[in-house]
Design a protein around this ligand. Structure first.
Ligand code: EPU
Length: 420
């Protein structure tokens, strides 16, 4: 079992380059099932959720080749198997996208119920509502979802909840359907726009991604033969922006889309740090303890739930008391118990938490409770006095590429130690 040993106290300074977005990449890979051809995807984050998505693709008949560390060549001409390996699909959330894409292409899909971070109940009723509305029969039993249709027909779907996963999955299932599909009350995250742009590059006809209403005009075939670059990771960029704030650092964050960060930037300014945008870079600098701020997480363009633990670390050392209200997940404050072991004063009240800012955090042994909690606890280790050891790194490796190396290059004292 690996652990990270972090010695805090160094302000982070220098330049860091952001990778392609995990939550886009894990949707683009299943989306290739809809292509009857070959495509190349660049700026792919080399992380474990991506590697397992590629393995699933291979198991169902695709040829997948890493042509460099961050480039994939995928040949999906011979998709033969409509059952995605159940043990692999149950390891992460985005495996559910194989239902939409296999159903779209083969009119049949069997996929294990998706796993992923434990953030409370993670139902997929809206995905199922969309598949059924397109004409599929869907059954959930014995830990698997089976969907089948003789024909998928364009339809009008209103999603009852703004859901990233349901928006993407219904879009995938409707790309090759007969006629047009209108999806209302869609999520608008940058990775949704990225999936639509990818599919359009490969021959689909999708309009409106990034707004509440997406229109998909069914096409006969996606031919591929194109190259597509994954959008920069909004959450990784935000993680480094907040690491600069917490450590009173000075960071140039490269290869990001500043406009995707507007909501976070507004909060960072409220906390008293400086932010400047310049083309595809963001400069964040802080010289004082953060001011208190209140946060409510919401679907995009609201404050992202996936940056909630990282901003929680900044608020744990802020000047004053702050409140965070979690608007997406039932259980996203598990990291606060770990932060309290480091001297923070946080009261978890279920869907909200009160952060009484303390002057200092102290190094301690802590455990990553989920992916973003892992990133937050690294930031906490970097501001704390003394040594922090962070365990349960499988969460971290699912979603951040080379994170400790990236932190080391900007001055962090952080080492990975492998232990049997
Ligand atoms: N929901 C339903 N029914 C559904 C689908 C969702 O009730 O059919 C509820 C969920 O329980 C939740 C809310 O709707 O309360 C939003 O869930 P959403 O479907 O948007 O989340 P997701 O697609 O499962 C993705 C990201 C998460 C991120 C959320 C919210 C991927 C692979 N995962 O999850 O990312 O927190 O959107 O932005 O894209 C992470 O990267 O650390 C992570 C957890």
């Amino acid at each position: 079992m690996d652990k990270l040993v972090i010695n805090g106290g160094n302000p982070l300074k220098g330049e860091v380059t952001i990778s392609g977005a995990k939550n886009a990449a894990v949707a683009l890979i299943p989306a290739t099932v809809l292509i009857d051809g070959i495509c190349t995807i660049t700026n792919v984050p080399n992380i474990s959720d991506v590697k397992i998505s590629c393995k699933i693709l291979e198991e169902i008949g695709a040829k997948v080749e890493w042509i460099s560390k961050n480039e994939l060549k995928i040949d999906t001409r011979n998709i033969t198997n409509t059952t995605a390996p159940l043990d692999m699909t149950s390891k992460f959330r985005a495996s559910s996208y194989f239902i939409g894409s296999l159903l779209g292409r083969c009119k049949k899909a069997v996929v294990g119920l998706p796993g992923g971070c434990n953030l409370g109940a993670r139902p997929i009723d809206q995905h199922i509502k969309g598949f059924e509305s397109l004409g599929a029969k869907v059954e959930v039993s014995q830990g698997r979802i089976s969907a089948e249709a003789t024909k998928l027909e364009g339809t009008h779907i209103y999603l009852d909840i703004v859901s990233v996963g349901a928006t993407i999955n219904v879009m995938l299932a409707s790309v090759l359907a007969d006629g047009s599909t209108i999806i209302e009350n869609c999520a608008k995250e940058p990775h949704i726009v990225d999936v639509a742009n990818f599919l359009n590059t490969m021959g689909a006809d999708i309009r409106g991604a990034g707004t509440d209403v997406i229109k998909v005009k069914g096409v006969k075939k996606l031919t591929g033969n194109s190259t597509y670059s994954v959008v920069p990771d909004q959450i990784e960029a935000g993680t480094f922006m907040l690491a600069a704030v917490a450590t009173k650092g000075d960071l140039i964050i490269k290869n990001c889309i500043p406009e995707h960060m507007d909501c976070l930037t507004a909060k960072i300014l409220e906390m008293g740090a400086k932010v400047e945008y310049n083309d595809d870079t963001i400069h964040v600098s802080a010289s004082q303890r953060p001011h208190k701020a209140n946060i409510k997480t919401q679907p995009y363009p609201g404050f992202p739930t996936d940056l909630q633990p990282q901003i929680g670390v900044c608020l744990s050392i802020a000047n004053g008391t702050s409140i965070i209200k979690e608007g997406i997940w039932e259980s996203r404050f598990q990291y606060t118990a770990e932060l309290n072991k480091m001297g923070a004063k946080i009261t978890d009240q279920g869907k909200s938490a009160i952060f009484e800012g303390v002057e200092k955090l102290y190094g301690a042994p802590v455990e990553a409770t989920d992916l973003r909690a892992a990133a937050a606890l690294i930031i906490a280790g970097l501001v704390a006095d003394g040594e922090t050891t962070l365990t349960n790194l499988a969460h971290l490796d699912r979603g951040y590429e080379n994170i400790e190396e990236k932190f080391r290059k900007i001055g962090a004292n952080i080492q990975r130690i492998s232990e049997e």
